[in-house]
Write a protein that binds this ligand. Sequence first.
Ligand SMILES: NC(=O)c1ccc[n+]([C@@H]2O[C@H](COP(=O)([O-])OP(=O)(O)OC[C@H]3O[C@@H](n4cnc5c(N)ncnc54)[C@H](O)[C@@H]3O)[C@@H](O)[C@H]2O)c1
Length: 341
Amino acid sequence: MSKTINVGIVGMGKMGIMHAGLLNALENVQVRAVADTQDLILNFIGQQFPAIQTYKDYADMLTNEQLDLVFITTPTSFHTKIGLDCIKAGTPFFVEKPLGISAKDCVPLIEAVSSKPVINMIGYSKRYVDTFRKAKEIIENGSLGELTYFNATMYVSQLFSKGKGWRYKKEASGGGVLNTLATHLVDLLLWYFGHVTSVEGNTKSYYSKDVEDFVHAYIQFENGLEGYLDTSWSVRNYRLPEIKIEVHGEKGMLTVTEEYVKYYSDDTARWTTLFKQDLYTGVEFDLGGPEYTLEDEHIIDCVRNNKHTDVSIFEGYKVQRVIDAIYRSAEERRAIPGDSI
Ligand SMILES: NC(=O)c1ccc[n+]([C@@H]2O[C@H](COP(=O)([O-])OP(=O)(O)OC[C@H]3O[C@@H](n4cnc5c(N)ncnc54)[C@H](O)[C@@H]3O)[C@@H](O)[C@H]2O)c1
């Protein structure tokens, strides 16, 4: 029988609770302790789950508990400091996306993990969605030929008056719809297309005072591909966040969403559509979408077998630098070249 992996969670809000539920459902994984700054949450967990130790200060949890893994699911501004403390304690960690509130905020964490490596992962969960994985396979197998153009969007109907909570405060979230939500979209683009050589961005705040509600960006990649990213949380008709990426090549095209991947290639002269149910292979336990189970299973497997994860915080740092460059471009009203991203 494999060793039990003892997990601690910092931040028991929406994502902390979801990961706690998932982790406890995995074989030989136990959430041993949680930390949150709110007494209400700690009292509830203490009463309902007496086997779980509760802490108001996560530093005490790191000192007192023998943890194999820590999940960081706090508002974004705390991610890098908690990650640094995990590295100091020599404890592997999983941090929710985005890595930090800016690239500068992430530097000490990246330096620390480079000099004292611990297993780490960032929650870019879209990489575990079957349709997005299939799209990567098609892009990489060459059936679209040389890539010529992309158009990538992420929309949700979320904000139509002044927002309440940490997401709408720049010092807590690092930014609006781009750093908080469409960070997933930037990650997918970097995962598909590689290194960015130039970005030009525009942001607009309409409902929010402190962060942006709309972002339009033009992105060029080292492989010659260029195209647009467009995102907003203040558009109607998107009950749930919706990503759509369209990629054109000299021999075909592909459209991918969470629901389907549809592609055409001159080689076969045929359109193919694969829906998510065609690609679904099943997970033991689903809470919030199979992608979250798959990412949690992955980090547990890496901790158990002392392996690097597929989505390390270095990937998160790359995303953060591109997001910073889009914000900088919007502010300075100029294109930002690759060597300053
Ligand atoms: N991967 C995804 O699809 C996805 C989806 C939603 C949110 N997220 C990310 O997950 C993180 C958490 O988001 P959420 O929606 O769960 O937020 P939330 O506001 O629901 O929960 C945050 C929790 O952290 C606690 N907290 C705040 N400061 C703390 C501290 N210093 N120490 C301990 N606890 C602290 C709060 O009391 C709260 O309970 C964010 O970084 C967000 O970007 C990822």
